[in-house]
Ligand binder design. Structure first.
Ligand code: PLP
Length: 238
């Protein structure tokens, strides 16, 4: 590490600490156990040495959006005690790379993709945690299944080997005031409760992946268990 990288590493450690404080405050304010909310550090565009700095500052889960970019970093940082979470849009023809590289995929949005992942995981002799992405805002520009379609997809995914369905993920419409995003977060929570009530085998609805730099406090108040934070840890992306 040169001097400027050392400075970046210090800044990242401070940012991680401050995000953790905000997480804890939001959890306590909503009567939740702070340990029920975990941080996924989002590292798209962030070079490997700075990802390593975040890990040194206590980050244990890392989120990446693009297979190609992630592959190089995962290889460069192999041996670090972190799990790798895919949070971008996953094309079916990239499923084999995801199956090889990642521990979890937050953005499962079709049965076709689930089937392909399951098949590729079988070939790799690996297992994977998956979350179903729900397009709570019904935005044409965003991926994810419609809320009405989530339960059926969940039941179908639960029947596939190698995939462990553990919850739902959403990226709501951008709201200037994060409080305005709360109905979308609440929608995801209620949907998870409804699916869990079906008591399907090999299906848990323990995780709600929701909330980013701008709105994670609001997401925590609505039950987020995994928040995905990039900018507030690494700074704004070019
Ligand atoms: C980039 C990204 C994030 C992190 O966003 P920030 O605003 O930088 O915290 C979270 N989730 C997804 C799906 C993303 O693509």
């Amino acid at each position: 590490m040169d001097a400027s990288e050392r400075k970046d590493a210090e800044r990242i450690a401070e940012n991680v600490a401050s995000v953790r404080e905000r997480m804890e405050r939001a959890a306590i304010a909503s009567g939740r156990d702070p340990s029920s909310v975990r941080l996924v550090a989002v590292t798209k565009t962030v070079p490997a040495p700075l990802v390593a700095a975040a890990v040194a500052a206590g980050v244990t889960m890392v989120g990446e959006n693009y297979i190609q970019e992630a592959k190089a970093k995962i290889e460069a940082l192999s041996g670090l005690p972190v799990s790798w979470h895919f949070i971008g849009h996953l094309q079916t023809n990239k499923a084999r790379f995801a199956a090889r590289l990642f521990d979890a995929v937050h953005t499962l949005d079709s049965f076709r993709l689930a089937l392909e992942l399951s098949k590729r995981l079988e070939a790799e002799n690996r297992d994977m945690t998956v979350l179903i992405e729900v397009n709570t805002g019904g935005e044409a520009t965003k991926s994810g299944v419609a809320p009405e379609a989530a339960a059926d997809l969940a039941a179908a995914v639960a029947a596939l080997p190698r995939l462990h369905l553990s919850g739902l993920m959403t990226m709501p419409p951008f709201c200037e005031n994060p409080e305005d995003a709360r109905p979308h977060f609440a929608c995801l929570r209620r949907l998870a409760e409804k699916i869990a009530a079906r008591r399907i085998e090999n299906l848990r609805m323990d995780e709600l992946s929701m909330g980013m730099s701008h709105d994670f406090e609001a997401a925590i108040k609505e039950g987020a268990t995994l928040i995905r934070v990039g900018t507030d840890i690494f700074g704004s992306r070019a």
